[in-house]
Design a protein around this ligand. Structure first.
Ligand code: ADP
Length: 484
């Protein structure tokens, strides 16, 4: 079945206060398959008024949701997790159709998305407080942790399911209620997750999904004093704007923003492992992740062998529609995305880079781009500063460990970094010197539900996943009990 309209999880309405609703006046917009341009369906084009109602519903639901024993919230989350896993194939197909990634990757994302729900179902029960040694015999001191309140979530198109569960699961576990605005390119996974949340028995108003105008919805969410927290994943530019919009109401913020990940290969690296790591880190989701290797920094002694092997490995990829068997690289999300990749490659080539593989659009047309390796990249090129978000790996040569660290840190971003080395002293030195929130050593993959995900510098604020992820949705309250 490739026709998603037959899916029991396919909804063309938004989900507010436990009901499936249209926009006021019935406005809607089309959602397209990036692989074919075909219209998959429509969703409501909502704005500020609908957002106000969703916030009011989330606020009304918060009172009883926060009072439920954590164990009850945990049981509901657990049920939601089980339903997501049970519908993994159906969800994966929705994802591939609206987002483009190959079906196997889409299924992998669904299991990854589900893992956050499972993890926070468990963590819900462990969000305890402290008894603090007292300052006087007549008093006792406590710190309790309580849910922040109504949380707004604005999510991107590159991980249409996982970016929602990674935020909503800890929020719900903590006792918060949520209003989510998914990216306009990928609303169907978000709405399908709402179908399953409803089936799991999560009460009306606790989990709301709005579709529509980002500026109007984002404006209403950030302006509202009822919304106590905003969690955003997307570009640094929009993150900065939402942070400014949240300033008047002093919201708590979690921001997962852009990256410019260095992937460093030292002379002492295991060459084959480094090539495999680069393939996994760079070309997943056609290069459209915020932790994708953006700059391959390769030491002079291993440079040519690494570049040659990486370029040769491009023939392993099969570019095509994500629903087709064996496809490993799907289309880019839209025309703007492929235009940007083309511009970055043209800029690099004009400044002296050489394409060892690829370097142009794919013969399939549309938004398909060839997996590409560029040699001879330099700091003067745009690929050194800007997030590529496409299947293009520029290779920069370096001589010393100090050079590698300086080049790696020479960016305003600080999300993920990777390096390959077998020297244990170097591994500690470099891991500690890299100004990044996450460092992969001898691995190109670093996202899972058990470890903290997030950036430093202009890559954002806060951490998702792990035992820390729930803290983003909890406030600490000190209780001073005196006169005893
Ligand atoms: P990308 O470049 O990956 O599309 P964006 O930062 O533009 O990243 O988008 C991430 C999310 O932010 C999407 O849900 C998008 O609709 C939303 N968004 C974009 N612009 C705004 C805005 N001005 N206010 C609120 N949300 C926005």
């Amino acid at each position: 079945m490739q026709n998603i309209t037959e899916s029991s999880l396919f909804r063309q309405q938004a989900f507010v206060n436990g009901a499936w609703v249209d926009a006021d006046g019935g406005a809607s917009f089309a959602v397209n398959d990036p692989a074919t341009g075909e219209t998959l369906g429509r969703v409501p084009d909502m704005g500020a008024a609908e957002t106000q109602r969703a916030i009011a519903a989330a606020d009304a639901a918060w009172g009883s949701w926060r009072k439920r024993p954590a164990k009850e919230r945990a049981a509901l989350l657990r049920r939601w997790f089980e339903l997501i896993v049970a519908h993994a194939d159906e969800l994966a197909l929705l994802m591939t159709r609206e987002q483009g990634k190959p079906l196997t990757e889409a299924r992998g994302e669904i299991m990854y998305a589900a893992s956050f729900v499972e993890w926070y179902a468990e963590e819900a029960k462990r969000a305890g407080g402290e008894v603090i040694p007292t300052t006087g015999a007549d008093r006792r001191l406590f710190a309790i942790r309580q849910p922040v309140g109504v949380c707004a979530m604005i999510t991107p198109w590159n991980f249409p399911a996982a970016m929602i569960t990674r935020k909503a699961a800890p929020a719900l576990a903590a006792g918060c209620t949520v209003v989510i605005k998914p990216a306009e390119q990928t609303p169907y996974c978000a709405l399908a997750l709402a179908v399953l949340a409803e089936q799991a028995g999560i009460p009306p108003g606790v989990f709301n999904v709005l579709t529509g105008d980002p500026v109007a919805i984002g404006g209403a969410l950030t302006a509202s004093p009822v919304v106590r927290k905003l969690s955003f994943t997307g570009s640094t530019e929009v993150g900065r704007l939402l942070m400014a919009q949240s300033a008047p109401t002093i919201k708590k913020l979690s921001l997962e923003l852009g990256g410019n990940a260095p992937f460093i290969v030292f002379d002492d690296a295991d060459l084959d492992a480094a090539v495999e790591g680069a393939l996994a880190s760079k070309y997943r989701n056609a290069g459209q992740t915020c932790v994708c290797a953006n700059r391959l920094l390769v030491q002079a002694g291993i440079h040519d062998a690494f570049a040659e092997k990486l370029a040769a490995a491009m023939s392993r990829f099969k570019v095509g529609r994500g629903v087709e068997e064996g496809v490993t690289i799907g289309p880019l999300i839209d025309d703007a995305a492929i235009a940007k990749v083309e511009e970055l490659v043209a800029d690099a080539v004009a400044k002296g880079a050489r394409a060892l593989a690829g370097g142009a659009r794919h013969a399939l047309g549309g938004t398909f781009y060839q997996p590409t390796v560029l040699a001879g990249a330099t700091a003067a090129m745009r690929v050194a500063r800007e997030e590529i978000f496409g299947p293009v790996a520029p290779i920069f040569r370096f001589d010393t460990e100090e050079d590698a660290i300086r080049m790696a840190n020479d960016t305003e971003f600080g999300l993920a970094a990777y390096f390959y080395s077998r020297d244990v002293g170097r591994i500690f030195r470099v891991a500690e010197e890299l100004e990044y929130g996450m460092v992969g050593v001898n691995t190109g993959i670093l996202s899972n539900e058990v470890s903290p995900f997030g950036g430093v510098k202009q890559s954002g604020l806060g951490r998702e996943g792990s035992t820390h992820g729930i803290d983003e949705y909890l406030e600490i309250k000190a209780i001073h009990l005196a006169g005893i």
